[in-house]
Each structure stands twice: as structure tokens, then as C-alpha cells.
Design a protein around this ligand. Structure first.
Ligand code: VOV
Length: 248
């Protein structure tokens, strides 16, 4: 049996995708819409205080295309907090004009492929900062879930750990070419959701995201073992911009 790699796990993460019912939103009165927008802005700004206390992080995004209108990426130390935040939003006025189109539950994960045997790096401040990241206020975000294939001779989970480490090293070399252009947060979702990982990429410009995902397709770990779910792409929805975004 192949040896599993040890993982370090940080904040729990919910990607919560909603579709807006613009028709009923347009039929609502100006006062109703204004009250709903203000309530939404308060919901977001209340959570910012949690971020200032370094007890979690969250951002909202406008999703481009048919799959969703908005997405909230919410990270907290406990699953209970995620569940409470989701339900609190469900009870808002704005939520009554939305339906959930997709969600993804995971936990920030760093696998120990790159760490030296016998060296416990988990408590290092820089590792803790990656396990409990403050989400970058960068303009663009791409999310997609993925698996590592388990099929016949292309079974990632029956590869010896050394072989997997070598493939992950090649993977990281490709990723590092985009340092400064792209920040990635990989979240593990074994037992939490339908895929094995969530991939969330942040960038100041859309194109490096396409370039990175395309180039990674040629790395053996993605070429032979990568299986991907739906892709979601959007740009950041700040509290200030919410009025314009929802304005009719
Ligand atoms: C943006 C750049 C970038 C960089 C620098 C990077 C580096 C690294 C390192 C160093 C490591 C291992 C240690 C750790 O730190 O966890 C990983 C780990 C992982 N990655 Fe990665 N990855 C990137 C980016 C990046 C992308 C774009 C994808 C999606 C792949 C694609 O084809 O669409 C991805 C996937 C993963 C996954 C699923 C894992 C866990 C695999 C496992 O089996 O455990 N990743 N990744």
C-alpha cells in the first residue's frame, strides 16, 4: 500500500455560490432594495471585524457567466462558524432574492511533500499564515474543484510517495513561475464535499490564471492524474461596490 502524505490543515472554508432573481429584485420597492443592500453591507462589514482579530477571513465576488451571480468565500476556525454564517445570510432580505447554485466545503491544506523528514514546520509563523490566510483583496478569483485520478494504471493513490513527491515538485516549479502574479489557496475536501480539493486562485489580471492552468495541464501530475469540476471566475465585490452592483 502506498504511504499517504501528511497534511497540515488550517481554517475551514465555504465557497457559497448564489444566483440572483433579478426579476423579483426589480419588482421590489426602492426602500425594500435599499434596506436589503444596507443589511448585506452590514453583514459583510461585521465579518471584517473577525478578520481584524485574525479569527477568519472572507471575501465576496461577482461571478461572470450563467453559473452564479455572487460567491462568498468564507474561512473560519470551526465548521460551526461556517454553518452559522451561512444561515445568518440565508435569513437576510437579500438572500430571499437569491437561490444557492453551488457550494463547496473544504479546509485549507498544505501537504508535506516539500518538507524535510523529521522537521515539524507546522508551527512556523509563515506556515500558520498560509494555513489561516487573510484572503488577498486582488481583483480576480477563479475557483474549481479537482480530484487526483484513481483509474487503472493512472491511480495517484497507488503511486509510491517518492514518485508523488517528484511529480509535486515539478508542479510547484510551474506554480512558482507565477509568484507575484497569482496567489493560490488549496483546500482539502476529502469527506466534506464531492471532490478531493478546492483550488482558489487570486490575480490582479485574468490572463495569468489562464496561462497557469494551461501550463499546469502539461505537468504530469495534472496531465495524467488531474480531473476537474466546473470552473467559476469572478471579480471582487467590495462592501462599497455592493450598492452599485445591486442598484436598479
Ligand atoms: C499558483 C502557483 C502554485 C504553486 C506555487 C503551487 C505549489 C504547490 C506545492 C508546493 C504543493 C505541495 C505542498 C503544499 O504546499 O501543499 C502543492 C499542492 C497542491 N497543488 Fe499546487 N501550486 C500552485 C497552483 C496550483 C494549481 C493551479 C492547482 C490546480 C492544478 C491544475 O492542474 O489545475 C494546484 C493543485 C494542487 C493540489 C491539488 C495540491 C495538493 C496535492 C496533493 O496530492 O496533496 N496547485 N502546490
Amino acid at each position: 500500500m502506498a504511504e499517504a502524505v501528511e497534511t497540515m490543515d488550517g481554517w475551514y472554508c465555504l465557497h457559497d455560490f448564489r444566483v440572483m432573481d433579478w426579476t423579483s429584485w426589480k419588482l421590489a420597492s426602492v426602500d425594500e432594495r435599499q434596506a436589503a443592500i444596507e443589511e448585506f453591507q452590514n453583514w459583510l462589514s461585521n465579518m471584517e471585524q473577525v478578520e481584524e482579530a485574525n479569527k477568519g477571513s472572507q471575501l465576496a465576488y461577482k461571478i461572470i457567466g450563467h453559473k452564479a451571480d455572487v460567491m462568498f468565500m468564507i474561512m473560519r476556525p470551526t465548521m460551526d462558524e461556517l454553518q452559522e454564517i451561512e444561515t445568518t445570510f440565508d435569513k437576510t432580505k437579500l438572500a430571499s432574492y437569491m437561490t444557492k447554485s453551488f457550494s463547496y466545503l473544504s479546509v485549507v491544506e498544505l501537504s508535506k511533500y516539500m518538507s524535510k523528514p523529521g522537521v515539524d514546520i507546522e508551527q512556523k509563523p509563515e506556515v500558520q499564515a498560509r494555513l489561516k490566510p487573510i484572503l488577498p483583496r486582488w481583483d480576480y478569483m477563479c475557483f474549481y474543484p479537482m480530484d487526483k485520478r484513481r483509474m487503472n494504471e493512472d491511480n495517484w493513490y497507488s503511486l509510491e510517495k517518492d514518485a508523488r513527491s517528484k511529480l509535486m515538485y515539478e508542479h510547484s516549479k510551474t506554480g512558482r513561475k507565477y509568484a507575484g502574479q497569482i496567489k493560490q489557496i488549496i483546500t482539502g475536501s476529502f469527506g466534506f464535499d464531492d471532490w478531493e480539493w478546492g483550488v482558489t486562485l487570486f490575480a490582479h489580471d485574468p490572463l495569468p490564471i489562464k496561462k497557469l492552468v494551461y501550463e499546469m495541464r502539461f505537468d504530469e501530475v495534472s496531465a495524467r492524474y488531474g480531473e476537474f469540476g466546473d470552473f467559476y471566475f469572478g471579480n471582487i465585490l467590495t462592501i462599497e461596490a455592493a450598492s452599485d452592483y445591486f442598484h436598479i
